[in-house]
Design a protein around this ligand. Structure first.
Ligand code: 5MM
Length: 340
């Protein structure tokens, strides 16, 4: 079973490919659809995601796996095939979001804890039987004047470790996502602050993974890049973001981790691609670095689609383009000229 997990993890980070995060919860996808004045219901959500997953060129060449939401993994395409069969046709690995969301951490103000451990073993077995080969759990850490607290860091890390151990027992590769948010009002949230907090959460996560006996060669880490918060005036250059991110990962991520797939976190499409490409072109780290983007892969396709069937081709072209650009970034060969 462990061999299989290691092979799946390797396949997820194979050269030129990365992960499409399409596991927006119902509330999050509604926010995305609100931007394009499109009603969010089970059918429109299925249509949108089916459109992405049937972009054959992108899926075959640049997408190793897709993270689905519970609703989607059980849905059928318009023609009656299952969504999982559609993904299998392009040899795309099937992933599933298994946390049940971020809730307020009692007695800790606005800090959060990610829930979903109760009954997780049974849910993982069910997803495995439907065809999932990997899973995802996202912890959220917010930088403010007085957060994150040590307790929020440790309790979220413990949850990530318990989830990871359960995944591996069930034959699924866990994607371990401790996200330090770019959002927030804090003007002091500069790149150094982000590096400090990202280092803290990574140290804590790897301590807990080790205590939980998780095999690191059977996990994928999904971290944020080291970058200033949205409200900070001190903007780091792309080279600084790349170098500080590499430095942080080198110091805090054991080399046995199978691969690192970044989240985009609210960066623009181009920023997310450029940062990844610079990191890979610097070749300073032993890990494979690629993408597990949600917004940075989908935004242009979402706008092009705008909820209309007649726009499907344009939207698929937009998605294929971003997937291609990020595929190039994953091997350090992207350039702005190619992206025009
Ligand atoms: C696709 O969005 C994922 C699910 O988010 P919610 O639980 O808030 O609905 C999210 O975890 C996503 O996978 C990561 O944040 C990475 O996405 P971005 O857009 O930051 O690349």
């Amino acid at each position: 079973m462990i061999d299989n997990i290691q092979n799946i993890a390797k396949k997820l980070v194979i050269d030129g490919k990365g992960i499409l995060a399409a596991d927006e919860s119902t509330a999050t996808i509604k926010k995305r659809f609100d931007q394009i004045d499109t009603e969010s219901n089970a059918e429109t959500r299925r249509d949108y995601r089916e459109m992405l997953f049937s972009t054959k060129e992108a899926m075959e060449k640049n997408i190793s796996g897709v993270i689905l939401y519970d609703e989607t993994i059980k849905q059928k395409c318009r023609d009656g095939r299952s969504i999982t069969d559609l993904l299998r046709e392009t040899d795309t690995l099937i992933g599933i979001k298994v946390d049940t969301g971020v809730k307020k951490l009692a007695k800790f103000g606005n800090e959060t804890i990610t829930e979903g451990l109760d009954g997780l073993r049974e849910r993982l077995d069910e997803y495995y039987s439907i065809g999932a080969s990997f899973a995802k759990w996202r912890a959220v850490i917010n930088i403010t004047e007085d957060t994150p607290s040590d307790y929020a860091i440790s309790t979220n890390s413990q949850a990530l470790a318990r989830y990871s151990a359960l995944c591996q027992e069930s034959g699924l590769v866990p994607i371990v996502e401790p996200e330090v948010l770019m959002d927030g009002e804090n003007a002091k949230h500069n790149i150094d602050e982000c590096k400090l907090v990202t280092s803290k959460i990574l140290q804590s996560v790897f301590e807990e993974l080790s205590s939980a006996r998780v095999d690191l060669d059977g996990i994928i880490l999904k971290p944020n890049m080291v970058i200033q918060g949205k409200n900070c005036d001190e903007k780091a250059t792309p080279m600084e973001v790349a170098k500080q991110t590499l430095d942080c990962l080198e110091q805090n991520v054991p080399t046995s981790v199978a691969g690192i797939c970044f989240l985009s976190g609210g960066q623009t499409d181009l920023q997310a691609t450029e940062h990844l490409s610079i990191m890979n072109s610097l070749k300073k780290i032993n890990h494979t670095l690629t993408f597990s983007y949600g917004r940075a892969l989908q935004q242009s396709a979402l706008i092009a689609w705008s909820g209309k069937d007649e726009n499907i081709k344009d939207a698929q072209n937009a998605f294929a383009h971003r997937a291609h650009m990020n595929g190039l970034a994953s091997i350090g060969q992207w350039s702005i000229e190619l992206d025009q």
